[in-house]
Design a protein around this ligand. Sequence first.
Ligand code: ZN
Length: 341
Amino acid sequence: MIVYDSESHISLGDYGILIPVAPDRSARVLSEIETRLAARGISRDQWLASPEPVELTRGDILRVHSPEYVERLYGPELEQAVLEAFELIDDQGKPHRYAPETAVRSMHELFASMLRWTARSYQAGVEALSNKGRFCYHLGGGAHHGHYAFGHGFCIVNDIVVSIRKLQAEHAVRTAWVIDLDAHKGDGTAALTQGDESVTTVSIHMAAGWPLDLPEIGPTGVPHPSYIASDYDIPVAAGEEAEYLPRLEAALAALDSRDKPDVAYVVGGVDPYEHDGLPSTQSLRLTLEQLVARDAMTFDFLRDRGIPQAWLMAGGYGERAWEPYVPSIEYAVVHSLGLSD
Ligand SMILES: [Zn+2]
């Protein structure tokens, strides 16, 4: 099943934020998938989940983020917190990839949409736990850089950990895996679940580059939480693309030695794509075929073990970001419905 909510969609340009996420990314993916599935005779009501939106409470966010940070998000410091999370002001105090004069919406609207988007990631987990195919893809979500006390890397609230904590609090799940396939290390998720045996994290990512190019020790002498290890970190250096799939396969095999979780969240970022539009991900350049194989391998691994899987879009930049999502999601929908040829 797919969860899509146009009202939770965030068009960064509306806020004057000049980060190259195509404003129609989710809608384009939805429309392409609909066309492909219709060609197979699969109708929308077979794969589109439309749950009533749930409203997250402040308590849901407080399970994951610090009281001081949550106070900033819900109070007058919201705008400043967003500017920091998106790094919109440079060291000289000047706007950086930010044109506030072009904004047509307020940061409060951005935060409201972000909360709704986070709720949809949680609902994707609920859907994966309850539907027959044990699979749901939220066409949004994946804010894996959100840390305990601050937003980071375009991520204000870590929807992955908020979702897992809410499912745990409701006794819907006890344990979870997070398999993070985005080009960037899932640093916030690793830090937020460090030492917690109920959540196992895997991240396959660029060996160098953001966030692993930040100073390891901050100005106050405290280690930067982006360096906190996932349970399985799989760095891939420039030029090692041929090693990507074998390394992922080995990591999944290593997971097999652990107890099966009640749910898996997969952070399905496609920014490793060779045609991705974010200049800083150019050290990892997977082909369309490699990305589709990556996602099919992960989907099959979880499905073969009967593990409910909730997928999130995460990073994917520029005009061509929609391309890898479409065949991957088509494959997963068709197989989760038991309709493969
Ligand atoms: Zn990314």
